[in-house]
Write a protein that binds this ligand. Structure first.
Ligand code: NAD
Length: 513
C-alpha cells in the first residue's frame, strides 16, 4: 500500500500497514487467525488483521459490561458532549478516513468523504438528541394519579455491519446508542476490517481524554462466526444487523429465539417509476447515479426503471446515451465515475445475473463484462449493464449487488406502475418521477409504494440522516438514524404514581377488604 496516499492515511489513523505487523484495533483483544484486507482498487494487500477468538470475545464483553453502569449513570447531555468531541475528531480526520474507506471498499473518494460527513452529521444529530430523550405524560383515569413514560438505557448493543458502508452504518447506530446510555460492540464486515480499526482508534482517543473506559466502544474482528458470538449472547439485548436478506433471516431468528431485539437493515430492490410528465433533466442523472453510484453496491441502488410506454423510447435512449459517458477506473481518481466491485465473488455474481437475465428472455441494451488491462489488475472492475426485462423474471426479483439496471414498461395509469414497483419481496427505497400532483400523492398514499423510503423527483439512493432509514418486507423492518429511530436503543417504562390517600382500581373494578 505505497501509493494513492494510503500509507499516510493509515499513519494518521493509527492503523498498521502491511510492513508493520498485524492490526487488532485499539482494544487489542484479538489474538485469532489472520484475515487479509485486500483493496479492490489494485488487488494488493493493505494490511493483516487478527480475528477475535471466543476467549477474546469474553474479554471484550467484560470490558463492555463493566463500562455500562458508568456510562448510563452519566447525564445524557454529558454523553452528548463525548459524541460532540468524537464528531470533531472526525472533522479533523475526514481526509484520511474518507481515503481509507475509498481504498478498502472501492467507492469513489467523494463518496468516501461523504461517508465520513454522514458520521459527522449523525454525531451532531445525536448531540441535540441527548437533550431530547423525552417521554410523555398521559392523563390517568384514576383520581390523584399520574402516568408517564420514561426511556432507559438498554445495555450492550451489538452492531453487525456490511462492507458497502464500512463506517457510516456503525456511526448511525453507535452515536444514537451512546447518547441513549448504551455501550456498543461492533463487528464490521470481514471485507473492510481496517475501517473499523481506524474508527475504534479515534473513539478510544476521545474516551481516554475524558477518563472514560474504552469498553463504551468495542470492536471484534472476523466473519459470521464472530457475529454469531453476539447474536447468541443473552447479555446483548439489541442486535442491529445490516447486510443481506440471507444474513437477516438467520440473525433475526437467532436473536428472537433468546427474546432479544433485532434491528434489521437488509437488501433492497429499488425502482424508479418514470411517468409521461417526468422531467428528463431530473430522470437521467437520478437514474444513472442511482444505478452506477458505488458501482451499484448501495442497498438503495436503483435496480429497476418502470417507464410509461408513451415515453419509453425517449427515456431508454437518454439513459443508454448517458452510460456511454461513464468512465470506469481507480475510484481515488476523481475523473472516474465507477470504481471496482468489492471482490471476485461479487464479479461472478454480477456475471451470472446477466446470464440469467438473458436466459429468461431479457434483451441487453448496454453490454456488461469485466474490464481488463492496465489499471484494472484487481479483476474487480465491471461495466455497468442495462437489460430490458420483465418484473416477474426470477433474477429481477433478486437483489444483485452490482451495476445491472433492468428496464421495463408500464401502460395505462400509475397504479399499474405501483403494482410492479411493489411486486418484489424487498421494500427499501422507491421513487416516482412526475409533475402530476395526483400521481405523486397516489404514490405516497397508503395504496402507493410499500417501501420504507418513497421519493418524488429524486432517485432511490442518497438518504439524509434526518429521516428514519430502513425498509419493509424482506428489508427487515428496522429503522435507523433520524426521526424517532433512537427509541429502539432504549427500553420504555410506563410509570403510574398515586399521590392520593385511596387506592382506586383501573377500569372501576371494586375490591373491598
Ligand atoms: P452480508 O450479509 O454478507 O454480511 C453483512 C454482515 O453480516 C457481515 O459483517 C457478516 O460477517 C455478517 N454475518 C453474515 N452472516 C452472519 C450470521 N449468520 N451471524 C452473524 N453475522 C453474520 O452482506 P454484505 O455483502 O456485507 O453487504 C451487502 C448487503 O447488505 C446487501 O444485501 C445490501 O443491500 C445490504 N445492505 C443493507 C443496508 C440497509 O440499510 N438496508 C445498508 C447496507 C447494506
Amino acid at each position: 500500500a505505497t501509493d494513492f496516499g494510503i500509507e499516510k492515511a493509515l499513519k494518521a489513523l493509527g492503523v498498521k500497514d502491511i510492513n508493520e505487523g498485524t492490526s487488532t484495533g485499539s482494544n487489542n483483544f484479538s489474538s485469532g487467525d489472520v484475515i487479509e484486507s485486500i483493496s479492490p482498487v489494485n488487488g494488493k494487500l493493505i494490511a493483516k488483521v487478527k480475528t477475535t477468538t471466543k476467549a477474546d470475545y469474553e474479554k471484550v464483553m467484560d470490558a463492555a459490561t463493566a463500562a455500562f453502569p458508568i456510562w448510563r449513570a452519566m447525564p445524557a447531555p454529558q454523553r452528548g458532549e463525548i459524541v460532540r468531541q468524537f464528531g470533531n475528531k472526525l472533522r479533523e480526520l475526514k481526509e484520511p478516513l474518507g481515503r481509507l474507506v475509498s481504498f478498502e471498499m472501492g467507492k469513489s473518494l467523494q463518496e468516501g468523504y461523504g461517508e465520513v460527513q454522514e458520521m459527522i452529521d449523525i454525531c451532531d444529530f445525536a448531540v441535540g438528541l441527548s437533550r431530547q430523550l423525552n417521554g410523555q405524560t398521559m392523563p390517568s383515569e384514576r383520581p390523584g394519579h399520574v402516568m408517564r413514560e420514561q426511556w432507559h438505557s438498554l445495555g450492550v448493543v451489538g452492531i453487525i455491519s456490511a462492507f458497502n458502508f464500512p463506517v457510516a452504518v456503525w456511526a448511525w447506530n453507535t452515536a444514537l446508542a451512546w447518547v441513549c446510555g448504551d455501550v456498543c460492540v461492533w463487528k464490521a464486515s470481514e471485507k473492510t476490517p481496517l475501517c473499523s480499526i481506524a474508527c475504534q482508534n479515534i473513539i478510544a482517543g476521545v474516551l481516554k481524554d475524558n477518563n472514560l473506559p474504552e469498553g463504551i466502544s468495542c470492536i471484534i474482528n472476523g466473519d459470521y462466526k464472530v457475529g454469531e458470538m453476539m447474536t447468541t449472547d443473552t447479555r446483548i439485548p439489541l442486535i442491529s444487523a445490516t447486510g443481506s436478506t440471507r444474513m437477516g433471516r438467520i440473525v433475526g431468528v437467532t436473536v428472537a429465539e433468546r427474546f432479544g431485539k433485532s434491528l434489521l437493515e437488509l437488501g433492497g430492490n429499488n425502482a424508479i417509476i418514470i411517468t409521461p410528465t417526468a422531467d428528463l433533466k431530473v430522470v437521467v442523472p437520478g437514474a444513472v447515479f442511482g444505478a452506477v453510484g458505488t458501482a451499484g453496491q448501495r442497498c438503495t441502488s436503483t435496480r429497476r426503471l418502470i417507464i410509461h410506454e408513451s415515453v419509453y423510447d425517449k427515456v431508454r435512449d437518454a439513459i443508454v446515451g448517458a452510460y456511454k459517458q461513464l468512465t470506469i477506473g481507480n475510484p481515488l481518481d476523481e475523473k472516474n465515475h465507477i470504481g471496482p466491485l468489492i471482490d471476485k465473488d461479487a464479479v461472478n455474481a454480477y456475471l451470472s445475473a446477466i446470464e440469467r437475465a438473458k436466459a429468461e428472455g431479457g434483451t441487453v441494451l448496454v453490454e456488461g463484462g469485466v474490464v481488463e488491462g492496465e489499471g484494472y489488475e484487481s479483476g474487480c472492475y465491471v461495466k455497468p449493464a442495462i437489460i430490458e426485462a420483465e418484473n416477474h423474471y426470477e433474477i429481477v426479483q433478486h437483489e444483485t449487488f452490482a451495476p445491472v439496471l433492468y428496464l421495463m414498461k408500464y401502460s395505462g395509469d400509475v397504479e399499474n406502475a405501483i403494482d410492479k414497483q411493489n411486486g418484489v419481496a424487498q421494500g427499501l427505497s422507491s421513487a416516482i418521477m412526475t409533475n402530476e400532483m395526483k400521481e405523486a400523492e397516489k404514490f405516497l398514499s397508503f395504496a402507493g409504494s410499500d417501501c420504507g423510503i418513497a421519493n418524488v423527483n429524486i432517485g432511490t439512493s442518497g438518504a439524509e440522516i434526518g429521516g428514519a432509514f430502513g425498509g419493509e418486507k424482506e428489508t427487515g423492518g428496522g429503522r435507523e438514524s433520524g426521526s424517532d429511530a433512537w427509541k429502539v436503543y432504549m427500553r420504555r417504562q410506563t410509570n403510574t404514581v398515586n399521590y392520593s390517600d385511596e387506592l382506586p382500581l383501573a377500569q372501576g373494578i371494586k375490591f373491598d377488604l
